[in-house]
Design a protein. Structure first.
Length: 360
């Protein structure tokens, strides 16, 4: 679902090196009378005017490692590989997989930075998660017995024992968000999706739920709920909401009703202090919102870009890393402070999407 890259269903210091501080925002709407796409319609979550915190310095680039997926062209292009950019190395290094895969999606660092969670597509099983060490060793597929359909996992629990996943199945009754034990055998259902994959005469739309992230304290989870459009190309007018769920009560709250990015590159990131959720809008802007749906606003990123995707918070919460689009193709990643200022390019990240940042 949600523009998944897993199938039809769907870079010596980090030479983390600052090349330039680019000025000139590419015409992002701010203060307009009509909120842009991705703006919650409720007054408490209006994004029409970005928040204006006190000026802050250009973000520092703390020691750490970036993990990302590289594609040829845009995030719908051919999968090139998973890459790690380490502050102690001069360039990004490719993670060696044990076999060739047809496609791949979101990769995520484990909480202790020792293991990668990756999502790959195989013709025999569809989308499946796997774990692998950064050096390419100890690869292990996670395959719940008897599951027909796609399974993608996009977040680790704080204790590293569970994964937050979604299922998209020919049996639409299975569609929704789940928790998977790290052993890869037990799925625990969290939601039942009201929307599903939709096929039109001119293409398909991966409706459903996904891109889930745990809250830092482990009590909640956030995910994107995608509703396909109508007509021969249901992906043309698809839309998505941002939903927060309580793991104990299973209560779900829609905190952004529409305008969340559905297409390739869609990603959520919960700030380390638990105060904000960062996401991309359908109109390729960066936005922040409180987990209760209040204080929603757009973030004007001062970067050479035709659009923003990503995002992911730095481990200390002082900065946000975003992916950029240039003429429709994936550009380099930029690191910005949470108000969007001081954008600094991160060299060695061209063609990358779905970043994950660990401080270890």
């Amino acid at each position: 679902m949600i523009g998944s890259r897993l199938g039809s269903r769907h870079r010596a210091v980090i030479t983390f090196c600052v090349a330039a501080i680019l000025a000139a925002c590419q015409g992002r709407p701010a203060g307009s009378a009509t909120p842009p796409a991705g703006v919650p319609s409720a007054p408490s979550t209006s994004l029409a005017t970005p928040a204006a915190p006190s000026p802050t310095p250009r973000p520092t680039l703390p020691t750490g490692r970036l993990l990302f997926t590289r594609y040829a062209g845009n995030a719908e292009g051919a999968f090139v590989g998973f890459f790690i950019l380490d502050a102690r190395q001069s360039k990004a290094t490719k993670v060696d997989l044990p076999f060739t895969v047809a496609g791949a999606g979101i990769p995520v660092w484990s909480p202790d930075g020792s293991t990668l969670l990756v999502n790959i597509y195989r013709s025999d099983t569809g989308a499946r998660p796997a774990t692998i060490k950064p050096d390419g060793s100890q690869f292990r597929m996670l395959e719940p017995e008897g599951l027909a359909g796609d399974l993608e996992c996009t977040s680790w629990s704080a204790d590293g024992r569970r994964l937050l996943c979604y299922v998209g199945s020919p049996n639409t009754k299975l569609d929704g968000m789940y928790e998977l034990t790290l052993e890869g055998t037990e799925l625990r259902r969290l939601t039942t999706s009201p929307y599903h994959y939709t096929e039109g005469s001119e293409g398909g739309c991966g409706g459903g739920e996904g891109r889930g992230v745990y809250s830092p304290d482990g009590s909640r989870f956030a995910f994107i709920r995608q509703k396909c459009g109508t007509g021969p190309a249901p992906d043309k007018d698809e839309e998505a909401a941002l939903v927060v769920g309580d793991l104990a009560t299973r209560k779900l709250t829609v905190i952004v009703e529409r305008g969340v990015r559905t297409h390739a590159g869609s990603q959520l990131s919960w700030s380390p202090d638990g105060a904000w959720i960062a996401y991309g809008t359908q109109s390729l802007d960066l936005a922040l919102v409180r987990p209760d749906g209040t204080d929603g606003h757009l973030v004007e990123v001062d970067a050479d870009s035709a659009g923003i995707m990503g995002p992911t918070w730095s481990p200390d919460g002082s900065a946000i890393l975003v992916c950029t689009l240039l003429s429709g193709n994936l550009g380099s990643m930029y690191v910005v402070v949470p108000d969007g200022s001081g954008a600094s390019i991160v060299s060695g990240t061209s063609g990358g999407a779905f970043p994950s940042w660990t401080g270890s």
